[in-house]
Design a binder for this molecule. Structure first.
Ligand SMILES: NC(=O)c1ccc[n+]([C@@H]2O[C@H](COP(=O)([O-])OP(=O)(O)OC[C@H]3O[C@@H](n4cnc5c(N)ncnc54)[C@H](O)[C@@H]3O)[C@@H](O)[C@H]2O)c1
Length: 419
């Protein structure tokens, strides 16, 4: 079997996990190139190839530019730090390689336009690996939305509620980029885990688009508290005034009137949640209540104001991709959605088709970060969200119909059992 060549650029925690997933589970792909700025992480990646793939990559370099154009590379995966995603994606597209970037936000609008312009000039697909678009419950809700069960969608919410105080506070010790961002920036720095699934529910960039936002930041204090309690008052940054508010709230308005609220909340003790909420004229999904309420689905339910538990919906409304996936065995981290998201990218690489989360999606989702910073800096002033499709959102070229499609649930792509 002719294997397709993969390069992995960025070998921190996430890069090592994705690398292992590729090596163990995608046997028609071979990791041929590795890069990280740190030599020890590069060596760890090489060791993983030897252990799980029983081979050495052809190229291992702290500067990916030294191998990016090599013919053995068919596609590139980019689990690097936030500030490098777009540059590496642009270099990959310019070299003619399919590219998939890990998630994060943009630092300025210009780089988002550069991403889209490079895609349009080269025609090389660029995907954002937003694994939450392939989460079990997110896909179940997408399936129910597409069936019309929630009626017309009016409002969605989501959040990145994840206590990362140790990752932030120990950032310099652990060579992690998050600390410097929190020291100097104040905005919704990690919007896509929740915005990605919401954007697909609201048909963003295909008949709809985000037009403006306003953002507000709380004061900061929780990282200082954690440092004092856990590392002592003399530890680095114990008294530093972090620019990043502990809770950032961003409100977005869409062209067809829908509203979206995003919350970034990563430095306060609490349980993990992505706080998903989808509300339509006929019903609501609430992740934090672990339930769905649809008018008339259960007699009297809406009068009791009670959600029915998610488990009651799996039998009838589970997305066929998840039915198939559960039958075949879950792959990769985060309850299996990492494996599905990689599978979606590799499916496009194999078939030489467009990707399900494309450069327009990536640019518009990442732009929320720098636009929220602008809004906060101006006292929550409304900020326009550019149209990264240059008007194409009104009438886009048809999307690729496949099992991994996020615009439609393509039942005909599945076996009878999964439908
Ligand atoms: N989708 C998910 O569920 C999920 C989970 C965790 C992290 N992530 C994302 O994965 C990415 C990496 O996160 P992490 O926690 O592994 O960070 P990390 O800091 O541990 O690793 C990032 C690595 O990228 C390397 N890097 C940066 N610029 C580079 C360049 N130009 N060339 C080569 N290597 C470069 C750094 O040296 C570092 O080792 C981030 O975008 C993060 O948001 C996603």
């Amino acid at each position: 079997m002719e294997k397709m060549g993969v390069a992995v650029i960025g070998l921190g925690n996430r890069g090592q996990l994705l690398l292992k997933t590729v090596l163990k589970h995608f046997k028609d792909f071979q990791v041929v190139a590795l890069s990280d700025l740190y030599e020890d992480r590069l060596q760890k990646g090489i060791a993983a190839c030897e252990k799980y793939g029983e081979y050495q990559p052809l190229y291992a370099d702290t500067n990916y530019k030294n191998f990016i154009s090599k013919p053995e590379i068919d596609c590139v995966i980019v689990p690097s730090s936030w500030d490098s995603h777009i540059e590496i994606c642009i270099d990959s597209m310019n070299a003619g390689k399919y590219v998939a970037s890990e998630v994060g936000g943009a630092y300025n609008i210009e780089q988002c336009f550069d991403l889209v312009k490079t895609y349009e000039r080269t025609g090389v697909p660029c995907m954002m690996l937003e694994n939450c678009c392939y989460g079990k419950d997110e896909m179940l809700v997408l399936n129910m939305v597409k069936k019309g069960l929630f009626g017309e969608i009016l409002h969605c919410e989501g959040g990145y509620h994840h206590d990362l105080r140790d990752e932030v506070a120990l950032g310099h010790e652990q060579r992690h980029y998050r600390l410097d961002n929190y020291m100097h920036r104040n905005g919704e720095v990690y919007p896509t885990h929740e915005l990605g699934p919401i954007a697909k529910v609201l048909n963003i960039n295909r008949g709809n688009r985000m037009i403006m936002l306003t953002a507000m930041a709380s004061k900061s204090g929780a990282v200082n508290q954690w440092i004092k309690d856990n590392k002592g008052a003399d530890y680095e940054n114990a008294n530093f005034h972090f620019a990043m508010g502990d809770v950032i709230t961003t409100c977005i308005k869409c062209a067809h009137g829908e509203t979206i609220v995003l919350t970034h909340d990563t430095t306060i003790p609490r349980a993990y949640s992505r706080g998903g909420l989808v509300q339509g004229t006929k019903g609501t999904w609430s992740e934090d209540c672990d339930g769905i309420l649809i008018d008339g689905m259960v007699e009297g339910a809406s009068y009791d104001h009670k959600f029915l538990p998610m488990k009651d919906f799996y039998e009838e409304h589970m997305h066929p991709l998840w039915k198939e996936y559960k039958k075949n065995g879950l792959v990769g981290g985060h309850g299996g959605m990492d494996g599905l998201c990689l599978a979606a990218f590799f499916d496009a690489v194999r078939n030489k088709t467009e990707v399900p989360i494309d450069a327009y999606d990536m640019a518009s989702w990442m732009a929320i970060t720098c636009l929220s910073e602008d809004s906060i800096a101006m006292g929550s002033m409304p900020v326009p969200i550019p149209d990264f499709t240059y008007g194409k959102w009104i009438k886009r070229k048809p999307y690729v119909r496949s099992k991994y499609c996020l615009e439609e649930v393509c039942y005909d792509c599945f076996d009878e059992e999964e439908k």
